[in-house]
Ligand binder design. Sequence first.
Ligand code: IPD
Ligand code: CA
Ligand code: CA
Length: 267
Amino acid sequence: MASVKEMDTYAKLWMKEAGTRLRASFKTKLNIEMKTNPNDLVTNMDKGIEKFFCEKIGEAFPEHRIFGEEGMGNDIKDLKGTVWIIDPIDGTLNFIHQQRNFAISLGVYVDGIGKIGMVYDVFSDELYHAIKGQGAFLNDQRLPSLEEASVSKAIISINASWVTENRRIDPSLLAPLVRDARGTRSYGSAALELAFVAAGRIDAYITMRLMPWDFAGGVLLVEEVGGEVSNIKGDKLDILKGDSLFVSKPGLHKEVFDKYLLGNSSR
Ligand code: IPD
Ligand code: CA
Ligand code: CA
């Protein structure tokens, strides 16, 4: 069986190579297609990078399975064995419109347990990576454990959708949180927002609907620095189907649930 160290070494190399390809693509004309609606886009680079990972993983670890957003891996119905969960570009709209604020996200799960988490901020050349039980790192520098935080001193990443009329949460629940926090941000890449929480650049990230590849890598980063991770009901995440997500520095989780989310009817 492949060791975590072996997978980690390969994964880092592939992340860097994929990043180089993505940066090179800034000078080329993208082929952009619509998926489910005009705001749900995919480019030739999303597909090309997922294909690249599928080929590399297939060569190095032929017995492993791949769960990728663009569907070039396996048809995953369970997390038995080793599964690589990949989002080739998280933040495709940013990639298309801004050529920044997007990331490659990768998580390696063994029998459903996250072993390796990586998020590569391609524009900034910042590679965040975590190995379960061994800590989280930014460009190989160990990230310190997160310190306690409170809402009044917190910068919280939240998309404005969740405080306006939407299908997933009563906007009146989170509007007071936005009012009480020191500030709010929205970066448009769940993977990056998770990495920013792990690095202490923001204090929490809250969102109502993500797919497994959006958070499979990033949640491991947050866990490895002592952050708190759950869905919006306070339960363990569903890595196979996707979930809502709330990650934060220690202390913030309880304060947000006690003061703001207890009225959430879905809890
Ligand atoms: C999206 C980004 C975005 C989040 C969406 C995701 P994509 O991923 O992570 O921040 O709000 O829910 O779908 O489509 O750019 O890979
Ligand atoms: Ca994504
Ligand atoms: Ca994507």
